[in-house]
Design a binder for this molecule. Sequence first.
Ligand code: IVH
Length: 650
Amino acid sequence: MTQKQYLSAIKKLKLYAHHYYVLDDAITSDEIYDKLYHEVLSFEEENPDSIALDSPTQRVGGAILDGFEKASHLTRMWSLEDIFNFEELQKWIEKSAKLTENMSFYCEPKYDGASLNLIYDKGSLVQAITRGDGSIGEDVTQNAKTIRSIALSIAYQERIEIRGEVVIFKENFEAINRERLDKGEAIFANPRNAAAGSLRQLDSTITASRNLVFLPYGIGENTLKEKLLHKRMDLIYALGFREPPMRFICKKASEIEAFYQKMVQERDNFDMMLDGMVIKIDSIESQEEMGYTVKNPRWAVAYKFPAVEKVTIVKDIILQVGRSGTVTPVAIVEPTHIEGVVVERASLHNFDEIERKDIRIGDSVIILRSGDVIPKIIKVLEYERDGSQKVTTRPLYCPVCKSELLDEGALIKCQNLECEARVVNAIIYFASKPCLNIDGLGEKIVETLHKEGLVRSVKDLFSLKLEQLLALEGFKEKKSKNLLKAIEDAKGCECWRFINALGIEHIGEVASKTLCDNFGLHVSNVNKEELIALDGFGEEMAESLMEFIRVNRELIGELQELINPKAPTEKEEVSENPFKSKTLVLTGSMSQSRGVIKAMLEEFGAKVSGSVSKKTDYLIYGEDAGSKYDKAVSLGVSVLSEDEMRKMLL
Ligand code: IVH
């Protein structure tokens, strides 16, 4: 094979693979493909310096990594707000209409997998990053290269981020689980976990063996000129990516609803798991105008699919002890497939609930699964009883530490502060993502550290020594050092994380942020009246916090000293200018996109709204201004050209 023949063979293999993995339409036989592949492989063995970067042989996986490097997305990866019914859809559309005009909607499936950001530059895949916290994820480039529907090179030279979902097709998911069962390995609970787990393998040959599929759904940083999202996506598909199995552009709520119903009906026929339909505003300019909330774009929404019900059998009722000592019963059920997920547990809430529903071990029950939440038992099929069913009684002793339980009706609590389950769960919570976010400090490690007597409370984490870790089974130097570094890095965290990590009952992430915004690091000195005055705080939350502070004042002080959380930064006061606190509306095309101009005006303290009303202070217009301009004039709202607006800011 000559160099020229080699390059043409690669081109051919890429074409075959594109048809097979992207277009689902094989144009050759396995035999022909394999023969050519082996010819390419032997050329490469003889000419290792001439291997093309996009040769299919580069997809088999590489060296086993010690861990993943962190990597930043070029632009943030957002989440989506969920809606569940037609009424919520109509509300979302009404809200959107206030922010932008000329709405048309782009609807496509919401895939249930793991999100991945691909960065291409000068036509080559340079980095693949998992979603992570939306700003920083893990670099899984080596693994991404093994996914055949991810192009290694594209015919587009400028830097672009292509976002999508990595999924496992239902058929492969079942095959993987069958294989795992045969080998005595734990099975994956659902295709999403299987996809995410396979994408985060340190050994990329395992990723390569899992038949992952990449389905693009969006674009991050880019220099594309197309003004409509669906045109931009067409361009992405044309670059060699898979198209969604269904998509639709429309203008009205009723059309969206009809398409949604169609998708619900057809979801079982798709290769991949879907958990809803995503609706996006098609115009990029409108998207920029609408902007984002803290977590989600205002221009897109996820219309979730309805929950699914199944019949199963309660095999056992076990008890779990949480970090606050609450003992929760959980039903272990006959493993049941619901929408590609193997359900093995159902939540029972508390013993009052078990008594109310009269749930017995051995009962046939209807369980309901909706989205991510643990399935619930909604009904007992009493007519299926044959007398062998057993009633469970309320527990008297803690299943973990055996101390006597306090039974308060709905709540049954273990009062022993040193109960292993309480301590371990409190530490796991302390280290979790929305708290101190200590990477690598998961359930297994916390259990080991506790069992070995190294960590008896969260404070002990900060005096762990390298020698102590190295003495534990399975702790090599790298893992131990990484863990100590992650603990050290947690120091100086944002103040709200610190408050959240304390695990105060009824005080979650949102409440912790509110507390931090209002009292900074002085939360221990607040009184109940101040708390109840806060947005979103009720009696129960205020009491829970006051009681926690009363009992743990000393501990909070010690932890604060150890962790040294950052005081929240003061919001900078905007200096005086003609637009400060004014309501503005932008219309027409301007020297920069309206999104950019909106962001600039917001920096000056203006509120930029999408529609003109009597309350509008100024309408700022660019070229080809239309109905908004006329409306402003008719309402007597002051109008300014873009130039006039800029001059006023000088
Ligand atoms: S759009 C800025 N479209 O769902 C818009 N997301 O809940 C951000 N997902 O993190 C996402 N299918 O991993 C979008 N067609 C689709 C999607 C999709 C699946 C995932 C994605 C995202 C999560 C948001």
